[in-house]
Design a protein around this ligand. Structure first.
Ligand code: S3P
Length: 457
């Protein structure tokens, strides 16, 4: 086992959320985590400088930034949310003198594996105790098929990447729905001889494909197949504008569905259709949501990310059976969604979501445990959850107060903070320091719309 991560979050902090029953206002959420990681990584290997605006200054993205500096890339931060990356070109990275510590960031580790597999030097990747438990063979195996030499510890980090491997293109059908695996392979493909082909059985977020195109890489998309020829230089991206993170907006979308009797608007949210399955699920439940898309910038090639303002108003929610086709399109939103399900009339059933068991925590088990504490009946399934809602409208029941273990998972912590909108007593949510991995300023923003949320400890 490696040394513990220097980025290990403290565990003592907790939230206390007093019950309130109304949210309202007009807010913006911080920049998108997935897109911020990708802008840093592609900017680093581009020829020339890239400016990133709307960058998410969260612990996860700062772990990627620090790792790139250790690999010899000059990165400046003229402001918290503006980053200037001096790209070193495809062949310009240098060995880090120390293991690269990626903290809690699964995306950083998996995408770095793809980037580093074709370098002439060795790299070691480590993370915090949560990341050290997460599966890495899903990336290592196809990279080995490309010729990479990678060791994991029984499938987990530390990941040791041996340099100087000559990568060759492969034709790979992804056995699971994972944008991280797809993206790692596309990054490795830049360093491979020949044309790599990746086939997705289920569409996942396509930020890497869009941004590679923005950096001038030719990439063919034929239905579910993506083809990319190795050796293509990345032309510096000019300015990458990062939209608000849909996954952060999700907590406020659900909050609005529960308690925005006067309406709540979340502005400038990234609404890439490969991310917005939550909107479809909530609309199937009867939610009152209106999406106002922003006009694309003049000359937009279609590669950039669509944005919108999302207006939400409280209303009756009915339980649903979630179509499995929506699971990958809302994979990070299930903690928030389960709170909506618990507040709905009738039963909600989610299946086909076993991937939730290998996120920052086992999110199915963590949500079932927390909901049970709140007095909500739920059944944990091998690949999902069945939630018996307490009802909405005049017949609405209220959650019990109580103490929730977030399992150091940022999204579990934020989901239960939103549950205070339907609770009859205060909630204490333990181990919340990791909210900073994705959503700096969550407490302040939540309070600005009316939640009675305090961070303590
Ligand atoms: C991400 C992909 C998803 C998601 C994660 C971010 C990305 O993970 O859960 O938070 O940025 O590519 P998987 O690829 O494991 O589904």
């Amino acid at each position: 086992m490696s040394r513990p991560s220097q980025l290990e979050a403290g565990t003592a902090r907790h939230y206390v959320a007093a019950p309130v029953s109304r949210v309202q206002g007009r807010i913006e959420v911080p920049g998108d985590k997935s897109i911020s990681h990708r802008a840093l990584l592609l900017g680093a290997i581009a020829d020339g400088a890239t400016r990133i605006e709307g960058f998410l200054p969260s612990e996860d993205c700062l772990a990627t930034l620090t790792a790139l500096r250790a690999l010899g890339v000059a990165v400046q931060r003229p402001s918290d949310t503006t980053v200037q990356v001096q790209g070193v070109g495809l062949a310009g990275l240098h060995a880090s003198t120390a293991p690269l510590d990626l903290g809690n960031a699964g995306t950083a580790m998996r995408l770095m594996m793809g980037l580093l597999a074709g370098q002439p030097f060795d790299s070691t990747l480590v993370g915090d105790s949560s990341l050290m438990r997460r599966p890495m063979e899903r990336v290592a195996q196809p990279l080995r098929a490309m010729g990479a030499r990678i060791d994991t510890q029984q499938g987990h980090p530390p990941v040791l990447i041996h340099g100087a491997a000559a990568l060759r293109a492969i034709d790979y059908a992804l056995p699971l729905a994972s944008a991280q695996v797809k993206s790692a392979l596309l990054l490795a493909a830049l360093y491979a001889h020949g044309t790599t082909s990746v086939l997705e059985s289920v569409q996942t977020r396509d930020h890497t494909e869009r941004m590679l195109q923005q950096f001038g890489v030719r990439l063919e998309r034929r239905g579910a197949r993506i083809e990319l020829s190795g050796g293509q230089p990345l032309t510096a991206g000019g300015t990458v504008r990062v939209p608000g993170d849909f996954s952060s907006a999700a907590f406020f979308i659900v909050a609005g569905c529960l308690a925005a009797s006067e309406g709540l608007t979340i502005c400038n949210v990234g609404c890439n259709p490969t991310r917005t399955g939550l909107l479809q699920m909530l609309k199937l439940m009867g939610a009152n949501i209106h999406v106002q898309p922003h006009a694309p910038a003049p000359g937009d090639s279609g590669a950039s990310e669509p944005t919108a303002d999302i207006h939400v108003r409280a209303g009756l929610l009915r339980g649903i059976r979630v179509p499995e086709s929506l699971v990958a399109l809302s994979i990070d939103e299930f903690p928030a969604f389960f709170i909506a399900a618990a507040a709905a009339e009738g039963q909600t059933v989610v299946t086909g979501a076993a991937e939730l068991r290998v996120k920052e925590s086992d999110r199915l088990a963590a949500m079932a445990q927390g909901l049970t504490t709140l007095g909500v009946q739920c059944e944990l399934l091998p690949d999902g959850l069945c939630v018996q809602g307490l009802g909405s409208g005049a017949a609405a029941g209220r959650f019990d107060g109580g103490r929730i273990d977030s399992h150091a998972d940022h999204r579990i912590a934020m989901a239960f903070a939103i549950a205070s909108l339907r609770a009859r007593g205060p909630l204490q949510i333990d181990d919340v320091a990791n909210v900073a991995t994705s959503f700096p300023g969550f407490v302040t923003l939540a309070r600005s719309v009316g939640l009675a949320l305090q961070e303590q400890g």
